[in-house]
Design a protein around this ligand. Structure first.
Ligand code: MEV
Length: 382
């Protein structure tokens, strides 16, 4: 029985051996193994290392003290190798540590033709409890589970077609991504809101700028362990910090830097049947809230490089395509219990991929470095 995801030589093992380890670690059954096999029979299946069917498997992830094999659905094997390599380096220092600051989604109800904004806002706030009650009655399931509409925020927004009053409905969507829950609630409260304000509604839709559902993950790596080829750990860290500094200030670099994070984030969200476009939209809008910049931050503390990622993570462990057989298998391999746990793992993979790319870019270069690292990782069986 493999008790950790730090399996020596995982990438070099035969497909059967890899699947055996995963089966023991995650308790896969006959049905799960058959599903993996069916994916391997599809015409677009490539026999690349760490590819077990619909996804490739990243190893070595230790997140908040728990071990994970991480299913990643993407075509680039070097992304999986890079994530596994960085995850291994973070393990020595206790792995990734993460938390959610909050878990709420925001729905927007756009009101036009409001005549008196002050009066409309005052009246909406007076009737807040009634509005929240109507919202919660429209989705009893989420309310009964302990979530639901929690609050209202009101914004006056000047547009090129006049001033809007925009009502933000703040909803705890628990383990659901939230779009269905929030959109249903917005439509349910529309009659009372238009009656109170005298306005006319236009759009009613969730916002993907999920700044009330932020996940934050940090990790540290001993500098000497970052050495690559002829580059010492110090040299690699200097390269990482210089590359990061450019991403902080230059949009041309920030975009690509962030793409490196999203390589990992999208791959896990796709494997688990999540709406990866919503998570992309959230991540990019969050880092553009003042001026577009890097999703991650890096610094040095004593003998360690410390990295941090902080992004909105509207991820689900229930609902929609997370109910598909493939997604349920990915969740089983991950052994995650809920959406929050999944979100922390996903952000950890994003941080690992970003650091993997920067360590190559800041030393030997991506072609030689990243590709060679990938080959070495496979050969050495780390
Ligand atoms: C390629 O898929 C991702 C990178 O471009 C990320 C980066 O430049 O940081 C290597």
């Amino acid at each position: 029985m493999a008790f950790t995801s730090a399996v020596q030589g995982f990438a070099k093992l035969s497909l059967e051996e890899k699947i055996k380890i995963l089966s023991e670690f995650s308790g896969l059954n006959e049905e799960d193994l058959n599903l993996l096999k069916k994916y391997r029979e599809l015409p677009d299946y490539l026999e690349l290392e760490n590819n077990i069917g619909p996804f490739k498997i990243a190893t070595n992830f230790l997140v908040n003290g728990k071990d994970y094999f991480v299913p990643m659905e993407l075509e680039e094997p070097s992304v999986v190798a890079a994530a596994s390599r960085i995850a291994k380096l973070t393990r020595a220092e206790g792995g990734f540590k993460g938390e959610y600051f909050d878990s709420k989604m925001i729905g927007q109800l756009q009101l036009l033709d409001v005549e008196n904004f002050e009066e409309a806002k005052e009246n909406l706030l007076k009737k807040k409890e009634e509005i929240l009650k109507i919202a919660n009655e429209s989705n009893k399931i989420i309310f009964d589970l302990g979530g639901g509409a929690r609050d209202l925020e009101l914004k006056e927004i000047e547009t090129e077609r006049g001033k809007n009053l925009v009502l933000h409905l703040i909803v705890d969507t628990l383990d659901a991504m939230g779009a269905n829950v929030v959109n249903t609630m917005l439509e349910a409260i529309t009659p009372i809101v238009t009656e109170i304000t005298g306005g006319r509604h236009c759009l009613r839709i969730i916002s993907n700028f999920a700044d009330k559902r932020i996940v934050s993950v940090t990790a540290k790596i001993k500098i000497e362990n970052l050495a690559i080829g002829n580059y010492s750990g110090d040299a690699v860290v200097n390269g990482i910090l210089d590359a990061y500094a450019l991403a902080k200030t230059d949009i041309y670099r920030a975009s690509t830097h962030n793409k490196g994070c999203m390589n990992g984030i999208d791959a896990v969200t796709l494997a688990t049947g999540n709406d990866w476009r919503a998570i992309e939209a959230g991540a990019h809008s969050y880092v553009a809230r003042n001026r577009y910049t890097s999703i991650t931050d890096f610094g040095v503390e004593d003998d360690f490089l410390v990295g941090k990622i902080e992004i909105p993570m509207a991820i689900a462990s229930i609902g929609g395509a997370t109910n598909s057989k493939k997604a349920r298998l990915a969740m089983k391999i991950l052994r995650v219990k809920n959406a929050k746990e999944l979100g922390v793992v996903v952000a950890s993979v994003g941080l690992a991929n970003n650091l993997g790319a920067l360590s190559a870019l800041g030393s030997e270069g991506i072609q030689k470095g990243h590709m060679r690292m990938h080959e070495e990782f496979v050969k050495s069986g780390k």
